[in-house]
Ligand binder design. Structure first.
Ligand code: FAD
Ligand code: SF4
Length: 509
């Protein structure tokens, strides 16, 4: 055969550059399900299942379209277990003249596949991924010469370049950012009239995958009992429509709010569909902008939503590909604690963490503030090694692919890159969680207390964090307010907090 076109589990896009010039008479598509992708980190069952099911549905579509395909199933007897092994085997069997690959989402996978191509002495045609608005080269050009990278500038550049939410040369509504109008809490009454989530009952293919994952990865975290993620392009288009119609108008207002038992709220739940490349960010952004233009959704909600996709999603990808492989090893705060074992079970008395982790294991999903300001914040304050935190996040979410997960975890959430991605560590006491949720009212701890038997561990560890990193944080003007508050603590109070923090850490091990 002429070209072997490699399609990875997160490249399920019929318009991918890998298919440009594809000739069914001469070329062949290659896809492989391999255990390595579920074991290099301890991948949770929902994450493995969504990838396998989406891959199998995509393979069926390729066959329907008449594209010849070599596909290895996970349970195939001769499956070598790794992407590299499967590619080697395909090369031996099919003797292609060259390999074609759209740039993958993992640095590790790119190295592995490159090594196979080199060993087989085959040219590897690595193509840009036009799924994204920007290329990594665009990002590198933007970053060049800047002392600090900031989302805001990159985001504005992309809005202008792609004419998103622009009225001529001006941003729609005269402002780039409407966050002041967003991010409310629910108040005492809690969320009202939460729209039902968009869920897809598993079809025969998905049911088979669920059985396979339950058998093969029985000891992996998470459950498939309520698995109902969209896994085809047609389903994800319906999910998009559902979000625009039912959730987008209130998305901004409740973007940061949490409530016990409410998993989905007004979030889009589209991250997995986007990261598998079943949905294109352009169509998502266009649908959101149209909802503003036709009066269905307020500008603050639409701008807030578009910033996540056109802004953050493209920004973290640029960071990942310009910083790897060194980024993976960064640990600016020299954090060395292990990840508490209950991150894999949810068995903790801290109500906010219990809620976020339990729902994560049940659904493979938690929204941004749960990830950043509950599970992420606690690990940061405790001083967990960022690589251990990274492995957890890469394992447990259905949308977890390293290019997007790593900068969010190591950079945004753990400040492991020392401020490359964000300008300050996201730290807060338990009072932030109290303000944004109802978790504290059902918790044995009290977010107002930093010492004593009822002290909230977030609050204790917050002050302890400021004390442990005092010298570094004093140099950051964006931390000035928080450091001023630290100055108000008497020496005895400081000592009591440090002692409480020590006791909390000791009780964890
Ligand atoms: P919505 O709240 O509806 O947001 C809309 C879309 O914007 C998302 O679908 C997503 O595609 C995009 N988006 C939002 N925030 C970000 C962000 N910070 N970076 C990149 N894209 C963003 N997102 C992933 O897609 N994969 C991950 O592995 C991942 N890991 C994360 C780890 C940590 C520690 C943190 C703090 C965030 C992480 N995020 C990750 C970003 C964000 O939390 C998820 O994209 C979001 O919660 C997914 O839910 P949603 O689709 O309902 O998002
Ligand atoms: Fe979480 Fe502290 Fe509130 Fe308990 S009191 S729910 S641990 S923030």
């Amino acid at each position: 055969i002429r070209h072997l076109v490699l399609v990875l589990g997160d490249q399920l896009d019929h318009d991918s550059t890998a298919f440009d010039g594809f000739d069914p008479a001469e070329d062949r598509v290659w896809m492989a399900e391999v255990p390595e992708e579920s074991t290099h980190v301890w991948s949770a069952k929902p994450r493995t299942a969504i990838f396998l099911s989406a891959m199998r549905h995509f393979a069926a579509e390729l066959r329907e379209r008449g594209l010849p395909l070599r596909y290895t199933q996970l349970q195939d007897a001769d499956n070598t277990g790794t992407l590299a092994g499967e590619l080697q085997r395909a090369i031996t069997d099919l003797q292609p003249q060259s390999l074609i690959l759209t740039a993958p989402g993992d640095w590790r996978v790119l190295q592995d596949l490159r090594a196979v191509a080199a060993q087989a002495d085959l040219p590897l045609d690595l193509r840009d991924d036009r799924h994204f608005f920007s290329t990594v080269r665009d990002f590198a050009a933007h970053a060049k010469g800047r002392k600090q990278l900031r989302l805001e500038y990159w985001y504005r550049e992309l809005r202008q370049k792609h004419g998103v939410l622009m009225d001529g040369k001006q941003p729609a509504g005269g402002q780039w950012n409407f966050d002041a109008d967003n991010r409310e809490s629910f108040g005492k009454a809690g969320p009202q009239n939460v729209p039902p989530p968009f869920r897809v009952p598993p079809d025969v293919i998905t049911q088979e995958v669920i059985e396979l994952v339950n058998t093969r990865f029985d000891d992996h975290p998470g459950s498939l009992q309520s698995f109902a993620w969209p896994v085809t392009r047609a389903e994800t288009l319906r999910a998009l429509d559902h979000f625009i119609n039912h959730r987008l108008p209130l998305f901004g207002q409740f973007e940061d709010a949490m409530w016990a038992g409410e998993v989905w709220l007004w979030h889009s739940q589209l991250s997995a569909a986007l990261n598998l490349k079943l949905l294109n960010p352009r169509e998502v952004v266009a649908a959101a902008e149209a909802a503003y233009r036709n009066g269905h959704a307020p500008l603050a909600a639409v701008e807030g939503f578009i910033r996540q996709i056109l802004g953050w999603r493209e920004y973290v990808r640029g960071i990942y590909w310009t910083q790897m492989p060194g980024y993976l090893e960064r640990n600016a705060l020299e954090a060395q604690a292990p990840l508490p074992a209950w991150y894999w079970t949810g068995e903790t008395e801290m109500a906010c963490l219990r809620e976020a982790i339990t729902q994560t294991l049940a659904h493979g999903y938690a929204h941004h503030i749960q990830r950043l300001m509950v599970t992420g914040l606690y690990a940061l304050l405790l001083g967990v090694r960022p690589q251990a935190v990274h492995e957890w996040y890469l394992s447990v979410y259905v949308d977890a692919v390293e290019w997007v997960e790593l900068p969010n975890t190591l950079g945004m959430s753990q400040y492991g890159d020392g401020g490359l991605l964000g300008s300050k560590p996201y730290v807060a006491t338990g009072k932030y969680i109290q303000r944004m949720s109802n978790h504290c009212s059902g918790c044995r701890y009290d977010p107002a207390q930093s010492t004593g038997p009822k002290a909230c561990p977030f609050t204790t560890l917050y002050w302890d964090f400021l004390m442990r990193h005092e010298a570094m944080l004093r140099q950051n003007p964006r931390m000035a307010m928080q450091m001023k508050n630290l100055d108000r603590l008497a020496p005895e109070a400081r000592e009591a907090i440090a002692e409480q923090a020590r006791a909390h850490r000791a009780a964890l091990t």
